[in-house]
Ligand binder design. Structure first.
Ligand code: PBG
Length: 330
């Protein structure tokens, strides 16, 4: 019989042939960025598992050094740091303290592991007593323009501590321009900005807020983070950040927003980073722990999907585990 239909199975018949025709390159260690939560604490051995994120920890500086050391030995290339200060106040003083927890962690990591690429998350929510990402007004509104100054100071203090790249995640308008100006004036013209250009007001951040102790005390972040229903607005956000001087663009969350990753990739020529956020991690972990899914296979499929959508860099809490198990090549 002469087939008149498409025989897609022809190219799927052997592992070798499937590999020959595979479109998306395998995820490698050089695609992955591991997030770490570092706590300002006197308990030098602190390594406290985050309830909603099995396998992820709040770490003291010392524990961070040990964890990162082990991960570097298995091929870890890049990290992004989140800090949990000992004290919070309305103006996020610890965010831009030259001896704040993130600044200390950056100095320690760059001294111990000079080859490791150290990115810092630039935001105020972990440092404000009210948990919002900027200056809170009595009306309950986060004031945009007075926040910019603090974000710029924070980013500059990270660069001074030795950060290789800064990643503003606050979603204030104009922050990339403010940070670029501060970095340039400070002499850090070569420190890139990877902006969370497209960051949605997502329920998938729930577990992170436990990890970073950064849940807003009142209200939510919908007046600054994006509406999950909007795609065209994402292009406007990306365009604005590029005009202000962003070097890389983050789309966040990743899995539920693969269409946005693809559109950012198609419309702009900057490297695209996707953040597979805490809730995405927790869901896969929970199902894995319960034996409901093949966890390793689901992790790999989730990442190839993000890469296929157009992301080159991926921030994922699975980084350490994938490297330790040899599931990604160096
Ligand atoms: C800080 C920040 C958040 C995340 C990254 N940076 C939390 C938020 O916006 O509420 C979320 C990351 C994750 O869920 O893994 N603004």
């Amino acid at each position: 019989m002469n087939s008149v239909f498409f025989r897609g199975r022809r190219l799927r018949s052997t592992p070798t042939l499937r590999a020959l025709v595979r479109e998306t390159p395998a995820v490698t260690a050089s695609d992955l960025i591991m997030p770490y939560f570092v706590v300002e604490t006197e308990d030098t051995t602190l390594c406290k598992e985050i309830g909603a994120m099995p396998g992820q920890y709040q770490l003291s500086l010392q524990s961070l050094k040990e964890k990162v050391g082990a991960a570097v030995a298995t091929g870890l290339q890049a990290v992004i740091l989140f800090g949990i200060p000992a004290k919070k106040d309305p103006i996020a003083s610890e965010a831009y303290n030259p001896n704040g927890i993130v600044q200390m962690a950056v100095r320690m990591l760059k001294a111990e592991f000079p080859q490791l690429f150290v990115i810092t998350d630039v935001c105020l929510c972990e440092y404000t007593s009210h948990g919002h990402c900027g200056m809170l007004q009595p009306t309950g509104e986060v004031h945009n323009d007075s926040t910019l100054e603090l974000l710029a100071k924070t980013a500059l203090s990270h660069a001074r501590a030795g950060a290789d790249m800064v990643a503003p995640s606050d979603m204030m308008d104009g922050r990339v321009a403010a940070i670029r100006a501060a970095l340039d004036e400070g002499g850090y013209i070569n420190t890139p900005i990877m902006s969370y250009a497209v960051k949605y007001a997502s329920a998938f951040y729930g577990p992170f807020r436990e990890a970073a102790e950064s849940a807003p005390a009142c209200g939510d972040r919908k007046a600054y983070q994006m509406d999950p229903a909007n795609a065209r607005e994402a292009m406007r956000e990306a365009q604005a950040d590029i005009e202000e001087g962003a070097d890389c663009l983050i789309v966040k969350p990743a899995g539920p927003y693969q269409d946005i990753i693809r559109q950012v990739y198609d419309n702009f020529d900057l490297p695209v980073c996707a953040y597979q956020v805490s809730g995405e991690y927790s869901m896969i972990k929970a199902a894995g722990i319960n034996g409901w899914i093949n966890e390793e296979a689901v992790i790999m499929e989730s990442l190839v999907g993000i890469k296929r959508a157009g992301a080159k860099l991926i921030i994922t809490y699975f980084t350490e585990e994938l490297l330790a198990k040899g599931l990604v090549r160096p």
